[in-house]
Design a protein around this ligand. Structure first.
Ligand code: ADP
Ligand code: MG
Length: 619
């Protein structure tokens, strides 16, 4: 049988997906391969199919027992005899598996990397010919990855000690350039056929939102679940940062009428299996889990993945979020985070129990990953692009679907607002916290304010046109960026950097929701978005930018299209970049364009944003 016949007969598929055939051909021609394909792309087939065509046995190294047994069972259903060797199986089962391998009845064996050091395993492998070692979830080999497993480092040595070195095939979904290099070096791949497929998942819709308040977070979540149709049949995963959290969130949501179950490593194996089965069978709609849940979970119709806390790294985030929409239909990944998430993760990093040298290294990696995650959230750029860039993939086109691209929030120049807040903090004697300061700025009428005489301050009521949430957001940004600090009693104080914002030597930009847009996104909307990805142009701004451009063109005697063509101006009016970087990221804006009128365009946008904000606030 040729590979297409096998594909149809055993795997029930009509054709190969992108990347599969190249990798399979690589293996069949005896070469090492490295397949870096997104979750759900079909990596298993890349080694399972050749396993049926090579003579000899294929060993699949897999990090999780549940993953192995799942895959073995699926293969058996397809009529392929596969076995597992693992510590969870009984001695009898393992012995039966060994016999099946030695007699040639089983051609595929799944095992953990630790098992490679087991004397029984070594004795089995001395009696058979191993033609292929497939290393699944190969990022586990790298300390730069997020699931480091020291035993993966022994695979190369194991392979080289065999009478004839087998082909090595490595697969992973998540690989930054550093992890890719590690896989290549640690597995000692020999000139591998390499396929790196795009990580962009164009059916995923990313939403991220800062949500520090616990009660609001729960309401936010309930609203999101309804919007996703979780009370109406669709299912998804909620990731929490701790075991206790999964329990409380699951309980609260059940109380609100949602069908959910917790899943974490503190539950017994039986309970975990029950939760997982209920979710996989659709009997339970929402699984509320720690990161212990999901590796190898193949459920195709997960419509949403909600992160209830910030994950510890972009790798972990993208892998977990990537469990949504494996059926390639629109799905939503929402991330709720707060500043305290970072503290929790930092504390966990500090607790890592390893020998001193490894600990120092691992700590450095984890901290770097954490700050990469924080930067993605703070970047103010297209989320999918920021994530992809972290994985070494640069894309000029914005995804058009994330909560940055969709125009529900906007990066605004809030320097003036920041100045008002700072001066109020000063006038209140740097003795009060955020809420009191906001109350004064908004001109609230209360005993606290009149008793302290704050209603006589010049800053009393100067921000009465803004909602509390926005003022809070800006104040918190001032704290985050070090222009204000909070003492133990939560009172606000100036820092050595405050003056730069106060005197507008530095501008403060903050991502704030656009009040007027109350668009609610559903997966169906996300699909619509996919079909018309470009953002609406702000016609008023467009007219103003055109005027700026025409002025430049008449001053320097160049045709207007050479200064900046209309179509690019339109895109600029839609995106409203407020920094040089932002402007240069817009497709078509060349350094030449930028030199001619970049600064003027940015300053016009800033003025425009300021004006519209003020009008918006007053109306
Ligand atoms: P990965 O390991 O890359 O995350 P899997 O190997 O688990 O992905 O495959 C994901 C799903 O895609 C499985 O349900 C598998 O049957 C299916 N699949 C794989 N290759 C093909 C193909 N060529 N045509 C159709 N479905 C496929
Ligand atoms: Mg897989």
């Amino acid at each position: 049988m040729n590979k297409l016949e096998i594909l149809r007969k055993y795997f029930g598929c009509d054709s190969f997906r992108s990347g599969q055939e190249t990798l399979i051909d690589g293996i069949l021609s005896g070469k090492d391969v490295l397949g870096i394909l997104p979750t759900g792309a079909g990596k298993s087939l890349c080694y399972q199919l050749p396993a049926l065509m090579l003579d000899g046995v294929t060993a699949v190294i897999s990090p999780l027992i549940s993953l192995m047994t799942d895959q073995r069972d699926t293969l058996i259903k397809c009529g392929i005899n596969a076995v597992c060797l693992n510590s969870a199986a009984s001695l009898d089962d393992n012995a039966a598996a060994e016999r099946a391998l030695i007699s040639g009845r089983a051609r595929i064996v799944y095992l953990s990397p630790e098992r490679l050091e087991n004397p029984r395993t070594l004795s089995v492998f001395s009696k058979i010919r191993l033609s292929l070692i497939a290393v699944d979830e190969a990022h586990c080999i790298s300390q730069w990855g997020h699931d480091f497993r020291p035993a993966y480092l022994k695979i190369a040595e194991f392979a080289e000690n065999l009478p004839k070195k087998p082909i090595i095939a490595a697969f992973t979904a998540t690989a930054t350039p550093a992890v890719r290099r590690d896989i290549f070096e640690q597995l000692r791949l020999n000139d591998p056929v390499t396929v790196v497929n795009g990580f962009a998942r164009d059916n995923l819709f990313f939403e991220m939102k800062r949500q520090p308040n616990d009660a609001e977070k729960l309401l936010d979540t309930a609203g999101f679940l309804r919007r996703m149709g979780a009370d109406n049949g669709s299912c998804g995963i909620i990731y929490c940062s701790s075991r206790e959290r999964t329990e409380t969130v699951s309980r609260s949501l059940s109380g609100l009428g949602f069908s959910c179950l917790p899943y974490h490593a503190g539950m017994s194996a039986v309970e975990r299996q029950q939760s997982q089965n209920a979710f996989l069978s659709g009997q339970c709609r929402i699984i509320v889990a720690t990161n212990a849940f999901g590796m190898g979970i193949n459920k195709p119709d997960v419509r949403f993945v909600l992160h209830y806390n910030m994950p510890a790294s972009p790798e972990a985030y993208y892998q977990e979020a990537g469990r949504a929409g494996r059926d390639r239909k629109a799905a939503v990944c929402r991330l709720l985070y707060s500043d305290s998430d970072s503290f929790v993760i930092r504390a966990l990093i500090d607790e890592t129990e390893l020998d001193a040298e490894t600990a120092a290294f691992v700590k450095k990696v984890r901290l770097k990953q954490l700050s990469a995650m924080e930067n993605i959230l703070r970047s103010g750029n297209c989320l999918q692009n920021e994530i992809l860039r972290y994985f070494g993939e640069i894309s000029a086109n914005k995804c058009g679907r994330c909560s940055v691209c969709d125009g529900r929030t906007q990066l605004r120049d809030c320097t003036v607002e920041a100045q008002k807040i700072l001066s109020c903090v000063k006038r209140m004697g740097e003795r009060f916290g955020i809420s009191d300061t906001i109350a004064v700025l908004r001109g609230i009428n209360s005993r606290f304010i009149s008793e302290n005489g704050f209603n006589r301050l010049s800053t009393y009521g100067i921000m009465s046109d803004m909602v509390e949430k926005e003022i809070r957001e800006i104040t918190e940004e001032l704290i985050r960026q070090g222009y204000l600090k909070q003492s133990e009693d939560k009172s606000l104080h100036f820092t050595e950097n405050t003056a730069t914002v106060l005197y507008a030597r530095t501008r403060l930009t903050v991502r704030l929701p656009i009040q007027s847009v109350k668009k609610q996104f559903t997966p169906a909307d996300a699909v619509k978005e996919l079909l018309s990805p470009s953002e609406p142009c702000d016609e008023k701004l467009f007219a103003r930018l055109k005027a700026v451009r025409d002025k430049v063109s008449s001053v320097c005697g160049l045709p207007s299209y050479a200064v900046m063509p209309d179509n690019i101006l339109r895109e600029i009016s839609a995106v409203k970049p407020t920094t040089a970087d932002g402007l240069l990221k817009i497709k078509g804006v060349s350094p030449e364009h930028f030199r001619r009128c970049g600064e003027r365009i940015i300053s016009e946008i800033l003025t425009y944003i300021n004006e519209t904000n003020h009008q918006g606030g007053q109306s």
